[in-house]
Design a protein around this ligand. Structure first.
Ligand code: GDP
Ligand code: MG
Length: 437
């Protein structure tokens, strides 16, 4: 997939001290291939990589101290730029502000209408009104009512009226007389673009003059998403895009394509079926996501800032020769502590962000381990194999830990050592930390 491709492209560069013009070109070729695979059209991909190349040369990548990282950074920045640069909020002018949803059936309009209402209610103190304008499926009206009940937002519907223009106009009247300052109009979609649907939603738009027309699209639909976006934009000239179903493994390559084809900002993303699964769209974060490396770049930077390269080389040799000792372990702990808040740091590792959020880690996490190691004699620290039962008992007594804790630490240490030796052919810190995480 796209991320694997980028991974491969950057593998050459990360942790590499020297970049030549040749491998800049190689890497950018990989980047271009990755973009093409993600349904980005040829011209966009080509323009993009050419731009990167220019930027890279302009910023003297070839002579930079850390050329690989600089190039990765440029790719990230440009990718974010390609997707809109800055986060753009929804336009809420007018009283009531009127938001119209458009998109194919199943794209997530009804779900997103609820999410947006909930967001505006809880985060912006608004009093929204949801309007059911999907007149073809009675179940769609029920669905919106269920959503409304769930989030405590009123739903306007009229099962006897078959004209969405009349329903939406009546809803706006109702909103005015009942103090609703935002009206969110959920509409019907078809499985494919058709004339009747387009005419209908165009008529609704003309009649209610929304401050914001949002186009909702399933991020998993790839190139289809781009074609649909194009068709809707030609008819509706919408104001913003909502990318749904960006949960799980969906990487969001669609975000690049859509933005570059219709040139409208992506404003929100949907990341699940629950009402809370809504996020503002931040191009920079999406670039990270597409690149699949969390904030690995800054992680690498921070790690390197704090890590003496000479020391690292020596350590690497020791690990390879299976000479890694408790002393080295202690040293590692100091390094990690120096690198700053553990939680911050772990949050930068791809896939760790969410897991860490609910976890309580502080620098004291190492206290127990440290005091056990400090209670060892230099001889023991240098060669853990001499740690027999009576030595362990003495260490436990000295450190205030239980014998069980000491045994556990020694066991973990042995396992870590084994794993490190296995990994010792991998040079860079980022990889090592990723696997340790
Ligand atoms: P509509 O036909 O455009 O109104 O689409 P719906 O809102 O009814 O959504 C279609 C299906 O997609 C439903 O099963 C939703 O639960 C699901 N869905 C909507 N948004 C998301 C999302 O962000 N993530 C996931 N996983 N499912 C979603
Ligand atoms: Mg619907």
């Amino acid at each position: 997939n796209l991320t694997d491709k980028f991974d491969r492209a950057f593998k050459v560069l990360k942790g590499q001290g020297q970049i030549t013009e040749v491998n800049v070109a190689e890497t950018l070729k990989e980047v271009r291939r990755a973009l093409l695979d993600a349904d980005v059209n040829f011209k966009t991909a080509k323009d993009f990589t050419n731009q990167i190349k220019e930027k890279a040369l302009g910023r003297d990548v070839l002579t930079a101290v850390k050329p690989g990282q600089l190039l990765v950074k440029i790719v990230q920045e440009e990718l974010a730029e390609l997707m809109g640069g800055e986060q753009e909020d929804v336009d809420l002018k007018g009283n009531p502000a009127i938001i119209l949803m458009s998109g194919l059936q199943g794209s997530g309009k009804t779900t997103f209408s609820g999410k947006l209402a909930n967001y505006l209610k809880t985060k912006k103190g608004k009093k929204p009104l949801l309007v059911a304008c999907d007149i073809y499926r009675p179940a769609a009206i029920d669905q919106l009512h269920v959503v409304g009940d769930q989030i405590g937002v009123e739903v306007f519907s009229n099962r006897d009226e078959k004209d969405p223009v009349k329903i939406s106009q009546a809803a706006i009247q109702y909103a005015r007389s009942n103090g609703h300052n935002v009206v969110i109009v959920d509409t019907a979609g078809r499985l494919a673009i058709d004339e009747q649907m387009m005419n209908e939603i165009t008529a609704v738009k003309r009649a209610i003059n929304p401050s914001e027309t949002l186009f909702v699209v399933d991020a998993m639909t790839g190139q289809d998403a781009v074609n649909t976006a194009k068709a809707f934009n030609e008819r509706l000239n919408f104001d913003g895009v909502v990318l749904t179903k960006l949960d799980g493994d969906t990487r969001g390559g669609a975000a690049i394509s859509i933005k570059s084809v219709v040139n409208k900002p992506i404003k929100f993303i949907g990341t699940g079926e629950k009402m809370e699964a809504i996020d503002l769209f931040y191009p920079k974060r999406m670039a990270d996501r597409i690149l699949g490396m969390g904030d690995v770049v800054s992680l690498v930077e921070r790690a390197q800032e704090n890590y003496d390269e000479e020391k690292a080389r020596k350590l690497h040799k020791k690990i390879a020769k299976n000479e890694f000792s408790f002393d080295d372990f202690l040293d590692q702990i100091q390094q990690i502590k120096k690198m700053g808040n553990m939680k911050d740091l772990m949050g930068m590792i791809p896939g760790m962000g969410k897991a860490v959020k609910n976890l309580d880690i502080d620098d004291d996490a190492f206290k127990g381990i440290e005091s056990i190691i400090y209670s060892m004699t230099p001889e023991e620290r240098n060669d853990h194999k001499i740690l027999n039962g009576s030595r362990r008992k003495r260490i436990a007594n000295g450190s205030g830990a239980s014998l069980q804790d000491v045994n556990k630490l020694v066991k973990q240490f042995e396992e870590t050592r084994k794993m490190m030796q296995l990994m010792s052919n991998k040079k860079n810190m980022a990889n090592m930390m990723r696997q340790m995480g």
